[in-house]
Design a binder for this molecule. Structure first.
Ligand code: C2E
Ligand code: CA
Ligand code: CA
Length: 733
């Protein structure tokens, strides 16, 4: 918006009332000058004198004299010559001629030379006073008028500038819907020049399928709150055969209102047309679609992902219950898949997964669902089964089909699979139960030498008792508190080469099992409600550590902690956190709460209000693992979050040859920008990933490339000795 600096729209133009008026008296007789100066003196008037014509010319040349009181008879130059010179030079001064020569002739000549008034020298002094008053009044009106004109011009220039520079199409239609104005933006977005559109009906730029929908917005007669806002329609570009315009439609969001003649009474106002603004949201739309698709699908195979699978399974179970039918769930794992990856590389591994997906799909009925759970694990949903044998038939068919080799890197590759089967209602009544039991059956068949299928049986279940022991251990660990430790992983800004903060990650030093990672005990803590006590320990420990670092000069570090959705269910969470912050004298803005996307989906209203409360306390809130669940963008709109963390899985897939992951990160960056959110990429392991992220304008990162999570002491070493120091420490030293 630099160009705006050219516009003078500040209220600095001096107010007319306050500008003093300059009066110049020109007469060779000092006595007369003196007398007139007395007569004309007044507030806001500056009176000057000249005794000769030449002197007067020099003074007038400054062009700041409002009124000139001019004697025609001067010793050097004749007063009329002065006036001629003024006309010639366009000096904008009003002239009052006064003269001892009372002949009508000189009066006429003076007036012809542009004098405002002719006054006789020995007449009534009041006449001079009145005349000067009159001149000054007129000058003031003239000046006001000039100033107004300048202001109007400036304001019009400013508006024209804003309209032309606008990223949106701004237009006006007449009452029949033809363009009477459209800004230059239309050419960049749709390829039409302004001239091509003026006089044409708006339907020329509307995508035919959207015409009906567009009619209301383009024919908008209402104004104010009732007028159309945010109507989404597709506009079509002009077909120019130019590559840029190959994509023939853009998605625009349109706001319009009616225009009425302003000089009439409201009741009888005359409708003149419609004006509106259309914003191009094509990129955002595409990003939304990509995100929505990938939220429910596996990008590699195009199959439904585990979320969509679970959803369909839930629906199938409800129907089966009503119809008294069986539902089959299969868990499939490709045997020796790791071998393909290790021998031929990831690219070939991906190819195998794609071919496998295609072939397995062909063995199923149209109502069945094949989904990818992740890695080399797939699941199948078989609704409407008569009995368990139907599932066996399908499993056998799959095994037979897979006997044909796959072509991998030009050679035949034989693969087999292990399939576990669980049936509703026999082996479980909930989606979770059925998946778990099919998984257990699959592991049994793997244990028995792979390549086959097996139905779940209750004897397979032995994990339960181990879980109970671990639960007891966790309870005890929480009581003693000394088995947990927080590790800290640096979060860096690559462009600044600086550590901006860290994420606290919990570890459990189990007395028998040794070091345990959070994935092995957090779900258990969540299931049993112990997560609340664990979370309290984390908040307290992490803030205590932060306080210690802050006292040693690292005052700009941002501490991120993970909160599980269970912890957010507690209404007093903000209070508890604030109380801890207070105790350690840490400003709320130094704490970043990481929550997962699921939270945005479940019980949204309650969670929105919780997130709002946290934000109102001054805390930052980030969405963790962004992109792995379906965060409806509407939720993003409503949650006042501060930043999003791009999930590791997208970063891991970053590869110059693979488009999908790049485009997802691009989409996420796009969305983040449009919601004004910060982004941070997680799980950055290689320089190549780092470079691609920097190229996608994602500057804040976290991952093994910079550092693994470190114990407190080692983390401090990183802050002072690593290649990404925390700056303020240096400033202090
Ligand atoms: P998260 O919040 O997504 O944390 C990041 C995880 O990624 C950490 O695993 C970290 O060690 C790992 N990581 C970081 N950089 C890289 C990388 O470059 N490559 C790879 N492969 N991994 C990387 P960690 O410490 O095992 O934590 C796992 C999860 O456990 C966390 O995932 C978080 O959801 C949960 N968690 C950890 N600490 C806490 C806690 O205090 N409270 C709660 N509620 N959950 C926690
Ligand atoms: Ca996290
Ligand atoms: Ca994460």
């Amino acid at each position: 918006m630099k160009a705006i600096a050219n516009f003078d729209f500040s209220p600095q133009s001096p107010d007319i009332q306050e500008t003093p008026c300059n009066i110049l008296i020109v007469d060779d007789e000092e006595r007369i000058r003196e007398a007139y100066r007395h007569l004309l003196a007044g507030e806001g008037r500056i009176i000057e004198e000249c005794g000769s014509g030449n002197e007067a010319l020099r003074r007038l040349d400054h062009r700041d004299i409002d009124v000139l009181i001019l004697d025609l008879m001067l010793p050097d130059i004749n007063g009329l010559e002065i006036m001629e010179w003024m006309l010639h030079q366009h000096v904008p001064t009003a002239v009052v001629v006064f003269s001892g020569d009372e002949s009508i002739d000189s009066a006429i000549r003076a007036l012809r030379h542009g004098a405002f008034e002719f006054i006789r020298k020995h007449g009534d002094p009041q006449e001079l006073i009145d005349t000067v008053d009159r001149v000054l009044r007129r000058r003031r009106v003239e000046r006001e008028h000039a100033l107004m004109t300048v202001r109007l011009e400036q304001s019009e220039r400013l508006h024209r500038f804003l309209v032309e520079q606008s990223p949106d199409i701004i237009y006006t239609l007449d009452k029949d819907g033809a363009f009477i104005f459209v800004n230059g933006r239309v050419q960049a977005l749709l390829g039409y020049t302004r001239e091509e559109l003026l006089g044409k009906h708006y339907s020329m730029i509307v995508y035919p399928d959207d015409l009906e929908h567009a009619r209301f917005a383009f024919n908008e007669r209402r104004i104010g709150d009732r007028a159309s806002t945010n109507v989404e329609i597709r506009l079509q570009t002009k077909n120019q055969g130019v590559r840029h315009f190959e994509n023939r439609t853009i998605v625009a969001i349109l706001s319009a209102q009616g225009i009425y003649a302003t000089n009439e009474e409201p009741a009888s106002r005359h409708f003149m047309g419609t004006s509106g603004v259309a914003r191009d949201i094509t990129d955002r739309k595409k990003a939304e679609e990509t995100i929505a698709f990938q939220a429910f699908h596996d990008l590699l195979t195009g199959l439904p992902n585990r979320i969509l699978f679970k959803d369909r399974l839930g629906v199938a179970l409800k129907q089966a219950k009503r119809k008294n039918k069986r539902v089959g769930v299969m868990f499939i794992d490709i045997d020796r898949f790791k071998l393909v990856n290790d021998t031929y590389g990831h690219h070939e591994g991906d190819e195998l997964l794609k071919c496998f997906a295609q072939r397995s799909r062909s063995c199923l009925r149209s109502g069945d669902t094949l989904a990818r759970q992740g890695g080399d694990e797939f699941t199948v949903l078989l609704p409407d089964l008569g009995d368990g044998e139907d599932a066996s038939v399908i499993a056998a068919k799959m095994l037979a089909e897979l006997r044909q080799p796959f072509k991998i890197a030009g050679v035949d590759f034989f693969t087999t699979v292990s399939i576990g089967i669980a049936l509703y209602p026999d082996n479980g009544k909930t989606p979770e139960m059925l998946l778990r039991n099919a998984d257990i059956a699959m592991y049994q068949i793997k244990g028995r030498g792979k390549n086959g299928y097996l139905h779940y049986a209750p004897e397979m279940h032995s994990g339960q008792s181990m879980r109970l022991t671990l639960e007891g251990d966790l309870r005890q660990a929480l009581e003693s508190g000394d088995q947990f430790e927080l590790y800290y992983q640096p979060q860096i800004s690559f462009s600044q080469r600086r550590t901006i903060g860290m994420e606290a990650l919990i570890r459990w030093h189990h007395p028998r099992h040794g070091l345990m990672m959070p994935d092995t005990f957090i779900p258990l803590a969540e299931d049993t409600g112990m997560i609340v006590a664990l979370g309290e320990w984390v908040v307290d420990r992490a803030l205590c550590q932060l306080a210690s670092w802050r006292s040693r000069g690292f005052t700009s570090l941002q501490l991120a902690i993970n909160l599980s959705p269970k912890e957010l269910e507690r209404g007093d969470l903000p209070e508890r956190i604030l109380q801890r912050l207070d105790a350690y004298a840490i400003p709320a803005a130094a704490l970043d709460i990481e929550i997962t996307e699921n939270l945005l989906m479940n019980d949204a209203e309650k969670n929105i209000s919780m997130v709002k409360q946290l934000r109102n306390c001054g805390l930052r809130v980030s969405i963790d693992d962004f992109g792995t669940r379906y965060s409806s963008l509407n939720y993003l709109r409503r949650f006042p979050i501060h930043s999003i963390k791009i999930d590791q899985s997208f970063v891991r897939d970053l590869n110059p040859d693979k488009h999908s992951s790049t485009s997802i990160i691009h989409a996420i960056a796009c969305i983040a920008r449009s919601f004004d959110l910060r982004i941070l990429a997680e799980g950055v392991e290689t320089e190549a990933q780092r470079q691609m992220l920097s190229g996608l304008a994602c500057d804040e990162m976290q991952g093994f490339l910079f550092s693994r999570p470190l114990a407190a002491e080692a983390f401090e070493g990183f802050l002072t000795g690593g290649c990404f120091p925390a700056l303020d420490r240096e400033q202090i030293l």
